[in-house]
Design a protein around this ligand. Sequence first.
Ligand code: FDM
Ligand code: MG
Length: 217
Amino acid sequence: MSSASPRGALVVVEGLDRSGKSSQCQILVDHLNQSGSKAQYVKFPDRSTPTGKMINSYLTGSAQQDDHSIHLLFSANRWEAIQSILQMLEFGMNIIIDRYSFSGAVYSAAKDNPNLGLDWAWACEVGLPKPDLVLFLDLSSEEAARRGGYGEERYETQQMQSRVRALFQDLFKRLPNVNLKQINAGCSIDDVATEIRTTFGRFVEQAKLERPPEKLQ
Ligand code: FDM
Ligand code: MG
C-alpha cells in the first residue's frame, strides 16, 4: 500500500464492566468489514501474552499483586502491543479497541490507594498513540449489576464500579484534547449499535488523520 493511501482510524470503546463494550466493538468491526472497510478488533487486557497471563491470574483471584505493580502490568500490556497496532493503522486497517488507557487509569485510581491517584496512574500512558475517537458507553453501576455474569471477577462490585464511573468523568475533564463521544448504553443493543455506527460514519467523513497518530499527553 502506498504511503498516500489513508491510514486506519484508531477508535477506543470504554465503559464499566457489562456496559456492552465487547459486543458493540464486534458489531462495529463486522459492519465495517462487511461494508468494504478493513477493521480489526483489539482487546485490553490482552490475556494471551506473558503480562496478560499475570493480569488474568490477578483478575480471577488466583494471584495477588501490589496495586502499583498490577497497574504497571496493565500499562505494559498496552505498550507491548503498540508497534503492531501502528503497523495495522498504517496499512489502512481501522482498529477498534475494547478498553485502553482510560480504563487503565480509572480502575487503579478507584482503589483509593493514597499513593495511586489519577495523576500517577495516567503517567505511564503518556506517549501511547492517542485514539482518533473515544466512545464511552455510559451505564449506571446499578444497571450494570443487573446484567448477566456480573460479579465473577475482581473489580466487579457495585462500589468499585460506581467509583470507576465517576473517575471516568474526572479523567475526561482533564483530557479536553481527546475526541470523546458519550453514548447512553442503557438502550437496546440495536439502538446503541446504530448510534455508534452513525458517530463513526460522521467522524470518518470529517477526519483528518495524522500519520502516525498523535500521542496521549
Ligand atoms: N482493567 C482493564 C484495569 O484495571 N486496567 C486496565 O488497564 C484495563 C485495560 O480489568 F475490570 C480492568 C477492567 C476490568 C478488568 O477487563 C478486565 P475486561 O474488559 O472485563 O476483560
Ligand atoms: Mg470484565
